[in-house]
Design a protein. Structure first.
Length: 179
C-alpha cells in the first residue's frame, strides 16, 4: 500500500526536512507541533526551500502552489493524524516524550502506521499495539544514507509496506531536490 498522506509530528529541523521532501514527492503533508511559532517558522522555511528549488530548476514553477497547498500545519494532533496513512514522529530524542506522542497519535488515528526516526526499542514494546510501529532511517537530506524502513520484531506487513512507501517517496524527492 502506497502512503498518500504523511503526518509529521515535530516541526524541528528533522520534521521540516521531511515535510519539504514529502511535499516535493507529492505526498499530502500534515505537520504537527504544539508550538504555533515553530509551525509558522517551519512553513516559512518549507516555502523558502521550495522557492529555491524552483529557481534552480529542481521543481516546476507551475507546481509551486499545488505543493504548498499539500502542506497543512496544525497544533491539533487529532487534525494532523486524521486519515493519515503513516505518522512519523520526529520530536525530541527523549523516549518518554516519543512514547507519549506516538500513543496519542495511535489513539487518534487507529489505521495509520506509526513511524519513528528515533530508537525503536525505547518505544515499540510499550505501545498499545507494537505491530503498528516501524522505524524510518532518514537519508541524504539529513546527512545519512538513503531513507529506509526498519522493521521491528512486531511490525505488521502492512506497517512495513507503508514505511517502505514513505522511504521510497523521500528517496525519490531527495535525489531530484537535494538540499
Amino acid at each position: 500500500m502506497d502512503a498518500e498522506t504523511l503526518a509529521i509530528l515535530g516541526a524541528g529541523d528533522t520534521g521540516i526536512a521531511v515535510a519539504r521532501l514529502a511535499a516535493l514527492a507529492g505526498l499530502h503533508v500534515r505537520l504537527w507541533d504544539p508550538s504555533e511559532g515553530a509551525l509558522r517558522g517551519a512553513l516559512l522555511l518549507v516555502r523558502q526551500q521550495l522557492e529555491q528549488a524552483v529557481r534552480l530548476g529542481l521543481a516546476p514553477a507551475e507546481h509551486r502552489q499545488t505543493i504548498l497547498d499539500g502542506v497543512l500545519a496544525t497544533t491539533d494532533l487529532g487534525e494532523a493524524v486524521a486519515g493519515a496513512d503513516a505518522v512519523l514522529e520526529t520530536g525530541p530524542d527523549r523516549p518518554e516524550v516519543r512514547l507519549e506522542i506516538l500513543s496519542r497519535a495511535a489513539a487518534a488515528e487507529p489505521n495509520a502506521a506509526l513511524l519513528t526516526s528515533g530508537a525503536l526499542d525505547a518505544v515499540g514494546p510499550r505501545l498499545p499495539d507494537p505491530s503498528r510501529l516501524a522505524g524510518l532511517v532518514l537519508g541524504p537530506s539529513l546527512g545519512a544514507e538513503e531513507p529506509r524502513a526498519v522493521r521491528t520484531p512486531s511490525s505488521s506487513p502492512e506497517t512495513l509496506a507503508r514505511a517502505q512507501s514513505v522511504a521510497r517517496a523521500l528517496s525519490r524527492a531527495a535525489a531530484i531536490h537535494p538540499t
